[in-house]
Design a protein around this ligand. Structure first.
Ligand SMILES: NC(=O)c1ccc[n+]([C@@H]2O[C@H](COP(=O)([O-])OP(=O)(O)OC[C@H]3O[C@@H](n4cnc5c(N)ncnc54)[C@H](O)[C@@H]3O)[C@@H](O)[C@H]2O)c1
Length: 320
């Protein structure tokens, strides 16, 4: 198969590049390095079957050039950060909505067999009921979530209008090796970096907001089940553990796992506007239709991640 992975130099995309290059597929990784990192895919550059293209999903002509012979697209490229979406809403919509429409349109023109689109649980907003299933109203209170809703609806329009095989994956928070640990990064990576450097985690508000975490290997497993699924899915599917943890408890767990329990306490700062209070997944559809069940609970994933971070995490990243 010839696979295009947009956002392939990012956290999740690079793990997909690893998997499919190692399985013998031809993988084209398209990334503009807005939040991706060369270090995530550098080890793949020696493979004849791996091609890295520095480019932008907003560049329609480029997509026309590189998607001609593609069988499957994993579309992950996005402006992914909620906080950044407050300060750069236009960029967020350009990339997440127009960029996604470009991918779908070129996939339509060249009869791409399957598009696997990375949506997010952030489309739901705070839970009106828990756990959240795919019928939950889409109430994202921030530009990031709103742009992802627009992208999801655009996928739906292409499914309905052109009968295309498009899956819409709604992951609740994913964590693991290679997730950004500074600035616009993931909370588990940021907390781990701070704690291992003897700096307390910063918590917005009281820290009682909850999230549902999935380890990266289980996310890759979910992508692969969709990739190999015989019949088209053509609808949104939630992926999460079904277990919630408060940010405060998460910070304490990381402090303990990093061996700093005695002398470290989190710092609380003002709550963020539009912050979602509660997110817990109902993944019944993923289990029933795909047979997906996570292998990692939070503790097992955190142990593996903290161990990785101690060995490989605290290094300079490479920008190109
Ligand atoms: N990490 C999570 O917890 C999570 C949860 C749910 C959904 N998602 C979705 O999964 C996808 C990947 O997220 P991630 O966590 O790996 O983030 P990431 O920031 O590591 O990856 C996104 C990648 O897209 C690239 N990119 C951004 N704009 C681009 C553009 N215009 N053209 C080409 N490439 C561009 C970035 O450089 C980066 O490499 C995103 O669509 C995100 O919304 C992530």
């Amino acid at each position: 198969m010839r696979i295009l992975i947009t956002g392939g130099a990012g956290f999740i995309g690079s793990h997909l590049c690893d998997k499919y290059v190692k399985e013998g597929h031809t993988v084209v990784c398209l990334d503009n390095f807005m939040s991706g990192d060369l270090m995530n895919v550098r080890h793949l550059l020696d493979y004849r079957t791996f091609k890295l293209i520095k480019g932008d999903i907003r560049d329609f002509e480029l997509l026309e050039k590189i998607m001609r012979d593609v069988d499957v697209v994993f579309h992950l490229a996005a402006q992914v950060h909620v906080d950044r979406s407050y300060v750069e809403p236009r960029l967020t919509y350009d990339v997440n909505v127009i960029g996604t429409q470009n991918i779908l349109e070129v996939a339509r023109i060249y009869d791409v067999k399957r598009v696997i689109h990375a949506s997010t649980s952030e489309v739901y907003g705070s839970a009106q009921y828990s756990p959240i299933d795919e019928d939950h109203p889409l109430n994202a209170p921030h530009p990031y979530g709103a742009s992802k809703i627009a992208a999801d609806r655009t996928c739906y329009a292409y499914i309905q209008t052109y009968g295309m095989d498009i899956s819409i994956l709604r992951f609740f928070n994913i964590f693991g090796p290679r997730q950004r640990d500074q600035g616009y990064g993931g909370v588990i990576s940021i907390f781990t970096r701070r704690v291992l450097n003897n700096i307390p985690p910063i918590i917005y508000g009281d820290g009682l907001q909850t999230r549902d975490y999935t380890y990266i290997e289980d996310a890759v497993k979910a992508y692969d089940l969709i990739f190999n699924h015989e019949s088209p899915i053509k609808e949104p599917i939630n992926f999460g553990s079904g277990k919630e943890i408060t940010i405060l408890d998460l910070a304490n767990k990381i402090i303990e796992m990093c061996g700093k329990k005695e002398d470290m306490k989190s710092i609380h700062v003002e709550a963020r506007i539009g912050e979602v209070n509660r997110l817990i997944a109902n993944s019944a559809k993923a289990r029933d239709r795909l047979g997906w069940d996570p292998n990692y609970d939070l503790d097992k994933g955190l142990h593996k991640f903290v161990q990785w971070y101690r060995n490989y995490g605290m290094v300079d990243r490479i920008k190109i």
